[in-house]
Design a protein around this ligand. Structure first.
Ligand SMILES: *Cc1c(COP(=O)(O)O)cnc(C)c1O
Length: 477
């Protein structure tokens, strides 16, 4: 029954599941989408999902749950205190992470708000391989500063390196001595590095980070949303891990840290949920107070019993070798085929997403006209495909004179929901890119006409820049 892995590799990577329940996709036309996009102010976040054919906006909370998880939903114990489902979830997390104190939250950012609100504040500094957008926002909202120190090669989208998600440990040491260890609230390793291109972090890098943190008495946390996917890369790319299980590799990485924040909407294969797990009892107790005030009692946080049941099951299923093999290989399939077409990409392909280098695709659109936003609009117009800009819309800042300080990269992320789309859906995406490549010179830039102060990419409104004509007013709220 179990063929040796090596012998099946050159056959088609099939989805290791059958479809029991289907969700129809409405097939819209390009002329319908032209109107819909204008009505959404050229921001795909403002589209109705019904008007999207292939939704690659995010892999967050978009997983298909298994029959086992749906069965768990029915078994969920909705007791206010001491729910059976809570104990299942807690045990699953303690077993995986080795951390004794677990706080359930309704999603990742709630855990972030609790812990970073607690240890952050004016004058504090956080350092990461790359802070995810909600992580940065929660840190900055507390008054603290968030510094990204990815390895230099991680910023070169074309360079091939097995662990482009690593943190630059030399720079880390420099920043610690410049700022003083007392002022560093935490070092956060995001595995895999989502905003930095979905690239993995090696065990060696986590070990060195751990050593530097403990030497300086600094809290070391994992943002572990994609810990199972990261473990696949460690096993396949780092010497000495070939024969370890994915789960054992994940455990080994957790053992290096003082705690973890997780959005269960990623590798726990559920639609909602998260947690904070900590080694230190006192810190956990302080966080628990905030949990009760803002999320809920300690045995449910912001979750229903059924959600907790599904998380416990998902955290187990995600380490299934057949699933992980399919997951990583099918993301690579999309990326490799786009690469063959000549689409400029972040290489090598990451775990949960393919990142297109929009600056290279549209060299005629300057960063201040957001080339990534042009690509997400083209994807929607030509194929009804929804993707997200990860560039100057998401991470750009304004200088005192109002000029845009662009992000270091102009990426567009095609995030692949877990267990949702089949290979033919991906073939359709590849065909849409063929058309986009042919018409690349006709794509125009965008300007922002209205935006909020934080996390602007979610709700900003855009207008096309046609023949260099820009509005003079921009509303900031
Ligand atoms: C999704 C995500 C978060 C935030 O989690 P939510 O559940 O969306 O609040 C934090 N960090 C990383 C790396 C993520 O991918």
């Amino acid at each position: 029954m179990h063929e040796k892995k090596g012998t099946v590799q050159h056959k088609t990577i099939i989805e290791p599941f059958k479809i029991k329940s289907v969700e129809p996709i409405r097939l819209s036309t390009e002329s319908e989408r032209t109107v819909l996009l204008e009505e959404a102010y050229y921001n795909p976040f403002l589209l109705h999902s019904d008007d999207v054919i292939i939704d690659l906006l995010t892999d967050s909370g978009t997983s298909a749950m298994s029959a086992e998880q749906w069965a768990g939903i029915l078994r969920g114990d909705e007791a206010y205190a001491g729910s059976k489902s809570w104990y299942r979830m807690r045990d699953a997390i303690c077993d995986l992470t080795g951390f004794e104190h677990v706080l359930p939250t309704h999603q990742g950012r709630a855990a972030e708000r609790i812990i970073y609100g607690m240890i952050g504040g004016e004058g504090k500094v956080f350092i990461s391989n790359t802070h995810f957008d909600t992580t940065r926002a929660n840190i900055e909202y507390s008054g603290a500063e968030a510094i990204d120190l990815p390895v230099a090669i991680g910023r070169d989208t074309a360079a091939i390196h097995p662990f482009k998600g690593n943190i630059d440990t030399e720079a880390l040491q420099e920043v610690i001595s410049e700022r003083g260890a007392n002022n560093i609230a935490a070092v956060i390793l995001t595995v895999t590095n989502n905003s930095g291109g979905g690239q993995p972090v090696s065990m060696a890098n986590a070990r060195e980070t751990s050593r530097i943190c403990s030497e300086n008495g600094i809290l070391f946390l994992l943002d572990c949303c994609r810990i199972a996917e990261n473990s696949w890369f460690v096993r396949n790319r780092e010497a000495g891990f070939e024969n370890k299980s994915f789960r054992a590799i994940a455990r080994e990485m957790f053992a290096l840290a003082d705690g973890a924040v997780m959005s269960a909407k990623k590798d726990a294969l559920v639609n909602m949920g998260g947690f904070l797990a900590l080694k230190d009892k006192q810190l956990a107790q302080e966080c628990q107070n905030m949990l009760i005030i803002t999320e809920g009692f300690t045995t449910y946080g912001g979750l229903s019993g059924r959600d907790m049941e599904a998380i416990a099951i998902g955290l187990d299923e995600v380490f299934d070798p057949d699933y992980l093999e399919y997951r990583i290989r099918s993301t690579a399939y999309l990326g490799e085929n786009l690469h063959k077409l000549g689409v400029p990409l972040m290489l090598p392909i990451g775990g949960h997403a393919v990142y297109i280098d929009a600056r290279k695709l549209y060299p005629h659109i300057p960063p201040k006209e957001y080339p990534g936003q042009s690509l997400v609009c083209q994807l929607y117009l030509k194929g009804g495909i929804r993707a997200v800009e990860i560039g100057s819309v998401m991470f750009g800042k304004y200088a005192a004179n109002g000029e845009l300080i662009p992000a270091s990269m102009e990426l567009v992320r095609l995030a692949i929901p877990r267990r949702v789309y089949t290979q033919s859906h991906m073939e359709y995406v590849i065909e849409t890119f063929e058309q986009i490549l042919k018409e690349r010179n006709a794509a125009s830039g965008f300007e922002i006409i209205e935006e909020p102060r934080f996390l602007r990419h979610f709700t900003a409104k855009f207008s096309p820049v046609l023949n260099g004509v820009v509005h003079s007013e921009r509303v900031i709220y």
